[in-house]
Design a protein around this ligand. Structure first.
Ligand SMILES: Nc1ncnc2c1ncn2[C@@H]1O[C@H](COP(=O)(O)OP(=O)(O)OP(=O)(O)O)[C@@H](O)[C@H]1O
Length: 405
């Protein structure tokens, strides 16, 4: 459309020039640039009797006319195009919505009233971080949901442009996230905006997160064998593949860690909080401190799909070893350099078996072989160079094929 407009303006510009030229040749005053001292009265000096100096002067006038005409035309075109672009941008601006936006018939707008600020005390908190809080909430019609509350840091100041552009940005992102539909990704069911606070409604998952499950495993309150851990890893890789390659536009997770992987009754994983860290001003800074963040995010603040793969590698290492990367076992003074370097060292000296979670050992030779292969996959995901890490579709294939070795 802009091309058409540009074409039309160019044509207009040339018409102006042509008109100006003709007016100069015929001696008609057309432009503000042709003042009376420049123009010759047509009757008093016919062109045939022109002195060479006066014909040079008229040639100069014509050239000046062309130059000014072109400049005016070009300037007018730029101003015109710029105003059209501004108008289009303004017309397409996302309106800031009021009231709940619901994407499922299971939830009624009335039942979401309890989410409004001031009621936080009465809600059961599931988790909290600088990026926001998670609450458990039973709605009127007995549907239980998990509500993530995120707030703009602009809220402390007067509600200005920054705050409004943040709200529009969040709204656009949430409309996109509501379209996400995959068994391994949490679906956004509704959201409510109140001033600078967004409450995001998801299904409540009774088992909780992978972090919750692994804590119970470490306390011997839950047994999670290799088959289930393998299934969790495959499900996560499928979720990432969907976000990176199947959903348009691609979504990067930005904050993949065990607290953001929810497990349903069948231990099928669902990636939660997809893309949210990018929306919260504290998001990137607060997740930087996490052991699950790829090194390039500290060094160059560059986040790609391969950064999500690094986080996946950390989670897979955690599943295989049963160890929490923030465990004092990996403190600097212990000289192990973190979960990744420790695992790599054992792999290089041929003692990778030592790293496996003791709770999974003794499941059979075939299973142990698979676990050792999975350690190699985790280590490729933890490569320092993003280019050396597999993509999520390669990762899914590698993990699914483990059974066939
Ligand atoms: N849909 C859900 N159903 C049940 N429990 C949930 C759900 N979503 C989150 N949780 C609980 O909330 C916890 C995570 O809380 P939260 O996201 O605030 O912490 P975090 O992941 O460390 O922070 P952040 O993702 O903001 O960096 C999970 O470990 C889980 O126990």
């Amino acid at each position: 459309m802009e091309k058409k407009i540009f074409g039309k303006t160019l044509a207009l510009q040339y018409l102006i020039c042509l008109f100006f030229l003709l007016s100069q040749i015929t001696g008609t005053s057309f432009s503000p640039f042709s003042d009376s001292s420049f123009s010759h009265p047509p009757s008093s000096s016919p062109p045939s009797n022109l002195h060479p100096s006066s014909s040079r002067a008229s040639l100069r006038r014509i050239l000046l006319g062309i130059l000014f005409g072109s400049l005016t035309g070009a300037f007018a075109s730029i101003v015109f195009l710029f105003s059209i672009r501004l108008f289009i941008l303004f017309a397409n601006r996302t309106p800031i919505l009021k009231g709940p936006v619901i994407f499922t018939p299971k939830i009624s707008p009335k039942s979401l009233k309890v989410i409004f600020p001031g009621n936080d005390e009465s809600l059961q908190m599931l988790g909290s971080s600088p990026n926001g809080k998670y609450f458990k909430l039973a709605l009127n019609n007995e549907v239980t949901v998990a509500v993530k509350v995120i707030e703009s840091t602009y809220s402390s100041g007067s509600p200005g442009t920054n705050s409004n552009s943040w709200k529009r940005k969040v709204q656009r992102e949430l409309e996109l996230l509501a379209k996400v539909s995959h068994r391994n990704v949490m679906s956004l069911r509704a959201y409510v905006r109140d001033h600078d606070r967004f409450s995001l409604v998801y299904d409540y998952i009774s088992i909780g997160s992978l972090e919750d499950a692994m804590k119970r495993v470490r306390l011997n309150r839950l047994r999670l064998g290799w088959e289930l851990r393998h299934r969790i890893a495959i499900g996560m890789a499928k979720g990432l593949k969907y976000l990176h390659f199947e959903f348009i536009p691609r979504i990067l997770h930005y904050n993949l860690k065990p607290t953001n992987v929810l497990l349903d009754e069948g231990f099928e994983p669902k990636l939660g909080d997809c893309g949210l860290a990018r929306l919260v001003v504290a998001g990137v800074d607060s997740s930087i401190s996490s052991c699950y963040v790829a090194p390039e995010c500290f060094q160059s603040c560059r986040y790609t799909d391969k950064s999500d793969i690094y986080s996946f590698g950390m989670i897979l290492s955690m599943l295989l070893t049963g160890k929490d990367p923030s465990d004092p076992f990996f403190m600097e003074e212990m000289g192990r350099g973190g979960l990744g370097p420790w695992l790599r060292h054992l792999q290089q000296v041929g003692e990778a078996r030592e790293a496996l979670d003791k709770g999974m050992l003794g499941e059979g030779e075939k299973e142990e072989e698979e676990m050792l292969m999975a350690i190699r996959i985790a280590l490729v995901c933890l490569s320092d160079l993003p280019a050396d890490r597999p993509s999520s579709d390669e990762l899914e294939a590698m993990l699914t094929q483990l059974h066939s070795f």
